[in-house]
Design a protein around this ligand. Structure first.
Ligand code: NI
Length: 179
C-alpha cells in the first residue's frame, strides 16, 4: 500500500465524469487500499478515485475516528437511490485545501454500490455519513462542493485556489474534517 498524491483543483480530472468499474479485480482492490491509506494519512473522512488521478467510480469513506479503521466503507460504482430532507453543513475537500463553505445536501439518503467482494451494499445514512457519501459521489460526476455554492462564493474560492496553486504551497491546516 502507498499514499498517493492528491490532485488539487483546478486539475481537470476533478471536473471529469469518472468511468464505471466493470471488474472488481486485484487492481481495483489495490487502488482502494491506496486510497484508504491516502485518506487516513491526509487526514480526511472520504476520498474519491479521481482525487488520486484515477477517473473511475470508486470511493472510500470513514467518518468514525479512524482508530483501527473499523469504520471504513469502500464502494464501487456507488449511486444515490433515495434522498430526502435538507441540511446545510460546512464542507471542505482534500482537493481544495483551505476552502470551507456551507453546502446544502439531502438530510437522509440511501446509497447503493458494491464492496470489494462484489457484494451489493445498501447504506442508509444521515448526518456526516450522508454528507460524505453525497460529496464523494459528486466527485465521480466531476462535481466539487464549490459547484454547489453561490457564484459569488465560488469565484472567491477559485481565486484563492489559483493563488494557492501559484504559490505551490500545501495547506498546513489539519484540524478540521475534509472529504
Ligand atoms: Ni472532496
Amino acid at each position: 500500500m502507498s499514499v498517493a498524491k492528491i490532485r488539487i483543483y483546478p486539475d481537470s480530472i476533478l471536473q471529469t465524469k469518472a468511468a464505471e468499474i466493470e471488474n472488481i479485480d486485484g487492481r481495483v482492490v489495490h487502488l482502494a487500499e491506496d486510497m484508504a491509506q491516502t485518506m487516513y494519512a491526509a487526514p480526511g473522512v472520504g476520498l474519491a478515485a479521481p482525487q488520486v488521478g484515477v477517473s473511475e467510480r470508486l470511493v472510500v469513506i470513514d467518518v468514525t475516528n479512524p482508530e483501527g479503521k473499523k469504520g471504513l466503507i469502500t464502494l464501487v460504482n456507488p449511486e444515490i437511490i433515495e434522498m430526502e430532507g435538507k441540511v446545510v453543513e460546512e464542507e471542505g475537500c482534500l482537493s481544495l485545501p483551505g476552502i470551507r463553505e456551507n453546502v446544502a445536501r439531502a438530510e437522509r439518503i440511501l446509497a447503493r454500490g458494491y464492496d470489494l467482494d462484489e457484494r451489493e451494499q445498501k447504506i442508509e445514512a444521515t448526518g456526516l455519513l450522508a454528507v460524505a457519501l453525497q460529496h464523494e459521489i459528486d466527485h465521480l460526476d466531476g462535481i466539487l462542493f464549490i459547484d454547489r455554492i453561490s457564484r459569488l462564493k465560488r469565484g472567491i474560492a477559485q481565486r484563492k485556489m489559483r493563488k494557492l496553486v501559484q504559490q505551490a504551497q500545501s495547506s498546513e491546516e489539519k484540524d478540521y474534517t475534509l472529504f
